[in-house]
Design a protein around this ligand. Structure first.
Ligand code: SAM
Length: 244
């Protein structure tokens, strides 16, 4: 693979992909599509529908995501997982006659809590990488609630549920975005101090939004999240916290 194009596809709406992304998929010779196993088949389906809508004639090559080893420390677990994904990309396209760029559809944008660029660095020989930006979960969340991300002259912190549970929030965090939180970690905060804007399945027809003082809506979010996860078999949610 001489050329690898990473195409940001947004967060669940077929219309999130940019015109540049559409053209890239039309011009790609091969598109690598992950299969994530049972619960995320909806996401593979969205990828296939996007490819179909662009009219791309690229050859579709699938690869299976490996499973992370839960016995390893976090950083080592992720490193090994990335090594294995890079290996699987190479195995998947070995023997495929590649006559042009290889494309990968990246959920949201490749710059945000996504390791596709880090995995691409592991390829040997190194391909020429091009990034086509996409709409992030943060943009989908602020747009859905029609709010600005930052306060006037304010800073923004972006973190994960795991870090929020382990470290709490810094005293000067005016606006905090929390992603990758399977445990509603806002429950660990002093609920009186915060306002929350929460969203799940952002950009899709299933989108759910809840907003209000954390003390008032925390349990509603926990219950809504659990019910939606039960109904769909998976959930992706993000939220913004601002000091009240
Ligand atoms: C591995 S990260 C990928 C982020 C992605 N690269 C982006 O630009 O938004 C997955 C996390 O993104 C957030 N996310 C992605 N899609 C979402 C959606 N449709 N609705 C809400 N949150 C979403 C969730 O916090 C989820 O745990």
């Amino acid at each position: 693979m001489d050329t690898l194009w990473l195409v940001g596809i947004g967060t669940g709406s077929l219309s999130h992909i940019t015109l540049e992304g559409v053209k890239a998929l039309q011009q790609a010779a091969v598109i690598l599509v992950p299969r994530k196993g049972d619960q995320k088949d909806d996401l593979a389906e969205i990828r296939h529908r996007i490819i179909e809508e662009t009219g791309s004639q690229a050859r579709i090559v699938h690869f299976e995501y490996p499973v992370r080893d839960p016995d390893l420390p976090y950083q080592e677990r992720v490193k090994q997982w990335h090594d294995e994904i890079a290996r699987r990309w190479q195995v998947a396209i070995a023997g495929v006659d590649i006559t042009g760029p290889v494309a990968l559809l990246v959920w949201g944008d490749p710059s945000l809590y996504d390791s596709t660029l880090r995995i691409a660095e592991r390829l040997s020989p190194a391909p020429q990488v091009r990034v086509i930006p996409g709409i992030t979960a943060i943009q989908a969340l602020t747009a859905a609630h029609a709010i600005p991300l930052n306060t006037v002259d304010g800073s923004v912190m972006i973190t994960t549920g795991r870090r929020l549970r382990a470290e709490g929030l810094p005293h000067n965090a005016e606006t905090t975005v929390v992603m990758l939180d399977g445990l509603c970690s806002f429950q660990n905060l002093d609920a009186d101090g915060w306002h929350i804007w929460w969203g799940a399945y952002l950009g899709s027809d299933q989108q759910i939004l809840i907003e209000g003082p954390l003390a008032d809506v925390a349990s509603q979010i926990v219950e809504t999240r659990a019910a939606a996860r039960e109904q769909h078999g998976w959930i992706m949610d993000s939220y913004i916290l601002k000091r009240r």
